[in-house]
Ligand binder design. Structure first.
Ligand SMILES: C[S@@+](CC[C@H](N)C(=O)[O-])C[C@H]1O[C@@H](n2cnc3c(N)ncnc32)[C@H](O)[C@@H]1O
Length: 275
């Protein structure tokens, strides 16, 4: 636990954060106070703004902050962007303090603070998830996070999520760092591609690792080629060599079990795929 405390306090607190004022109830949290699975240290303001920016939060979003502390992330998402926001906080006094802070900020109509455990509460409706936990907790949440609705944005103060490579890493003041991911659609397995110019039906056998994949691209009756591609939420891109050996880039969208898209070089081409 000492290592973890050092991890967080050295990572962010010394980088310039400040305690919040007591709420109407007279409760005042203390920097680095114990929490269920991780101590309380608030995200510094400069990084908080970058986190919301990186996640492109808008008034259409439902932002969940897992381990909400004094509610500052949820409050800022509502105040600055008009988003609806939910904070999940285990400590009942801290949760009440966060509710008071939301009220004082004039956003209690948009901000809900749930007193609960992030490992028990359902946050599957979130369009944006914010984290300031620990590497071990992020790793524990990984199977849930990576299986959220494709396109869900996740942003974390300081810590990555296991070996899931971030789509973007950004910095606040004084060496603070954040990471951003978009949950990719799943295309793992076999797909039949139709409409590739000059090639009959193509089989794509895909091995996906988070937002990246490689695949064997096998046109009927022809040798296969190994290709690599990327998913940005539901947007998919990959390149292959056509029958003249010219590289072509496919760009499309994953919709459920199907995909549909076109070629960069000729947007009139329509390519579809099914599992
Ligand atoms: C490092 S603080 C981050 C606070 C806030 N998200 C922020 O960035 O300013 C982590 C918070 O998670 C809370 N917490 C710890 N374990 C939790 C759990 N299992 N469920 C819900 N909250 C938890 C702690 O009480 C603490 O307030």
């Amino acid at each position: 636990m000492k290592t973890l405390i050092a991890c967080i306090t050295l990572g962010a607190c010394l980088a310039g954060c400040s305690a919040t004022a007591p709420s109407a109830t007279g409760y005042q949290p203390v920097m680095a106070q114990e929490g269920k699975d991780v101590i309380w240290v608030p995200t510094p303001d400069s990084l908080l703004l970058k986190m919301l920016e990186a996640a492109h939060v808008t008034d259409k979003d439902l932002v969940y902050d897992l381990g909400a502390g004094d509610g500052k992330i949820a409050i800022e998402a509502a105040r600055r962007y008009g988003a609806r926001a939910v904070g999940i906080e285990f400590d009942p006094q801290m949760a009440e303090h966060a509710r008071q802070n939301a009220k004082n900020a004039g956003v209690s109509d948009k901000v809900t603070i749930i007193t609960g455990d992030i490992f028990a509460e359902d946050f599957s409706k979130a369009t944006v998830v914010t984290l300031y936990l620990l590497p071990s907790l992020n790793l524990k949440l990984y199977p849930v996070l990576v299986n959220m609705k494709p396109g869900t944005r996740i942003v974390s103060n300081t810590f990555t999520i296991g070996s899931w490579v971030p789509d973007k890493t950004f910095y606040g003041y004084s060496g603070t760092v954040g990471h951003f991911w978009i949950v990719p659609a799943s295309i793992q397995g076999f797909l039949q591609l139709d409409g590739i110019p000059g090639l009959d039906q193509v089989t794509l056998s895909v091995v996906q690792k988070s937002q990246e994949f490689h695949a064997d691209f096998t046109p009927q009756g022809k040798p296969f080629q190994r290709i690599e591609g990327r998913l940005n939420g539901t947007q998919i891109t990959f390149s292959y060599a056509d029958i003249q050996g010219v590289m072509q880039t496919f760009k499309g969208e994953v919709i459920g079990d199907a995909l549909s898209g076109t070629l960069d070089a000729d947007p009139s081409v329509r390519i579809t795929a099914k599992r």
